[in-house]
Design a protein around this ligand. Structure first.
Ligand code: CU
Length: 630
């Protein structure tokens, strides 16, 4: 293993011998390169003891060079391949000038091994080595990354596969890891500063006068004018899909840009397993392989009942394993487009190296809708929701009462001192049952019927409160699903085996995802982490339902450390287990949790800049609830 470390001196020596560019080409890890021979596909680190070193290393994309923070000299870091049931020792040495860390994303382990500075350990000081040691209680596709500052954005992430003890229920002839990420030559701290000054700084896809004219032609002057004025009044932008866009980012596949064309080889007729990991700091991707169906077999490391799709959206920190069966002797493009359509990365599946397939043309960028603001109540009695014009206008009257944030700045902050435990009652005027009865709807997905937002507006740090929130688990997401492609939705996910803890949730808590997009403040329940240091308390052993309510107009991939979340997506006994749940705008999502991991755990939005801006909490599992089944 030691041989895999590239010290700076070695690097320079080799640079002298080979020329710097040749060396820099090789900074992508070995598994990122297609193997011309069939034998060695994915060089990897394995065994009982693994050594990793975090250091600064030159990094090149095209003709631009910068400095990455690397693990063992590469971006992404090495593939760590382990076996369920083993105990592993991972020695991480920090050669940076600042505190570093590695968090093992999605892995169930003791809290002091989780690697979040300030929550479960002190971080790895410069020039020291921290030894992680834990038993592997699970199998599947996972990853690891720094949990310190912006190191993840700078390159500190890598894949981790844990092979099952028992035979793998997924049959495949060969496999590849496909890590998607976003690289920038800008300094992340400076980018944060720009976002704070002007939230739309990196959005170069705003609507233009030309678009106004064409919209007016299509929808009429009045409707178009109302629509544009509404967005302006709310100080929001319907093109707001990614805080940082392809303007600043180069999107990478296994550390390579689309030009470098990472290639995976196959023989026609083989079953190829692709393990997709979204290790980006800020970018949600839509993934497809034109000409091939993909069968999703695993989500967030957990086996799921196979579901065949043309495309899937992968939020930051999620993983999806798919099986493809290319029959023809031709190349296929693995295409990963950013959610806002400002860029893409791609690789190639091919029978021989050096082949290419057509790269799809960009699709039009999507726009936020009334639904994303919790305004469209499909199937609801519209009553007080006057909609004088046809789409896309909602009429100004409705918009003005949407403008809570602006109004609330002048108002004192009210009733924010509720206890978590009391939230379901205190927080919303739910009347969920009433609403259901009224609509004659029945569903086992919590929030299937729209739930009215409570009186709490979450204070001045919050820009908007949707009137209603509801489950959107069956929707593919903005910009998807309108072109005949079968897109994976969360309601497709059914775990391969029934979930083990059969108890009904004995307690329900609710947390609101809040923020002020214009000021780039991100928070939970209106409070940044710096303003809410007291942990959220889970009773050890209890079964609880946690409901995430997204009061913002952006997607937020929420990640809980230490425990899986069972997504309450209507799958009956087969609720899928996830470590990261992407919550859509104005959505209400419930997860069931068995609080079987004592200790302090991080809970946060996995968009790095949102987490850094305050969308972070500590969950403390302690005390004694009911006995958890083993
Ligand atoms: Cu977020």
């Amino acid at each position: 293993m030691k041989n895999d470390l590239i010290s700076r001196r070695q690097l320079l020596k080799r640079a002298g011998a080979l020329g710097m560019l040749a060396v820099l080409e090789r900074l992508a890890p070995a598994y990122a390169w297609a193997r011309p021979t069939e034998a060695a596909q994915t060089p990897q680190l394995n065994g009982k003891v693994i050594d990793l070193t975090i250091a600064e290393t030159p990094f090149r994309i095209g003709d631009r060079t910068g400095t990455a923070h690397t693990i063992n000299g590469t971006v992404p870091g090495p593939l760590i391949r382990l076996r369920e049931g083993d105990e592993v020792t991972l020695r991480v040495t920090n050669r940076l000038k600042e505190i570093a860390s590695i968090h093992w994303h999605g892995i169930l382990l003791p809290p002091e091994m989780d690697g979040v500075p300030g929550v479960s350990f002190g971080g790895i000081k410069p020039r020291t080595t921290f030894t992680y040691r834990f038993p592997l209680k699970q199998s599947g596709t996972y990853w690891y990354h720094s949990h310190s500052g912006f190191q993840e954005q700078l390159g500190v992430y890598g894949p981790m596969i844990i092979d099952p003890i028992e035979s793998d229920p997924v049959r495949y002839d060969r496999e590849y890891v496909v890590i998607l990420s976003d690289w920038t030559f800008e300094e992340p701290m400076k980018m944060m500063g720009k976002l704070k000054k002007q939230a739309g700084y990196f959005n170069f896809q705003r609507r233009t006068m030309r678009e106004f004219l064409s919209d007016a032609k299509k929808n009429g002057w009045r409707a178009t004018f109302d629509d544009y004025r509404m967005w302006a009044r709310m100080r929001m932008d319907p093109t707001d899909f990614a805080d940082i866009t392809g303007h600043a980012y180069t999107y990478l596949m296994n550390g390579l840009s689309d030009n470098a064309n990472w290639t995976a080889l196959f023989r026609p007729g083989e079953r190829v397993r692709l393990r997709f990991i979204n290790a980006a700091a800020m970018s949600i991707f839509d993934v497809r392989i034109p000409g091939l169906k993909m069968t999703v077999v695993q989500a967030d490391g957990q086996n799921v009942q196979p579901v065949e799709v043309d495309e899937f959206r992968i939020a930051v920190a999620e993983t999806y394993d798919v099986i493809v069966e290319p029959e023809e002797d031709r190349a296929y493009t693995i295409f990963a487009e950013s959610i806002d359509r400002s860029g893409y990365t791609r690789g190639t599946l091919a029978p021989r190296p050096g082949m290419n397939a057509e790269v799809p043309p960009p699709r039009p960028r999507p726009l936020r809708t009334m639904e994303d603001m919790g305004m469209s109540m499909e199937g609801m009695d519209h009553g007080n929701m006057e909609m004088p014009d046809k789409e896309p206008s909602g009429g100004m009257k409705d918009m003005e009462h949407m403008q809570h944030g602006a109004k609330d700045e002048a108002m004192p902050e009210t009733q924010h001192d509720y206890e978590m435990e009391e939230m379901p009652k205190e927080h919303g005027e739910h009347k969920m049952e009433d609403t259901k009865a009224m609509l004659g709807m029945r569903s086992e997905i919590p929030g299937s019927a729209p739930v009215k937002h409570g009186p709490d507006t979450h204070g001045p740090g919050n820009q908007m409160v949707p009137d209603f929130t509801r489950s959107r688990l069956g929707e593919p997401g903005a910009g998807l699903g309108n072109d005949g492609r079968r897109v994976l939705v969360y309601t497709d996910l059914k775990s391969l085996h029934p979930y083990p803890d059969r108890r009904q949730p004995e307690r329900e808590i609710e947390i609101h995802i809040t923020g002020h997009m214009e000021r780039f403040i991100w928070s939970f329940d209106g409070k940044k982490y710096s303003e809410a240091r007291e942990p959220i308390h889970f009773k050890y052993g209890e079964r609880l339902r946690w409901t995430f309510v997204n009061d913002t107009m952006m997607e937020h991939p929420l990640h809980l450390h230490g425990m899986f979340m069972e997504l309450e997506n209507g799958a009956g006994d087969y609720l899928p287990r996830k470590h990261t749940v992407n919550v859509k705008p104005a959505e209400r999502v419930s997860v069931a949790i068995t609080a079987d991991a004592p200790g302090p755990w991080a809970f946060h939005c996995h968009l790095l800049f949102h987490m850094e801006a305050g969308m972070f909490r500590v969950v403390e599992v302690s005390g004694k609830g009911a006995e958890a089944p083993s």
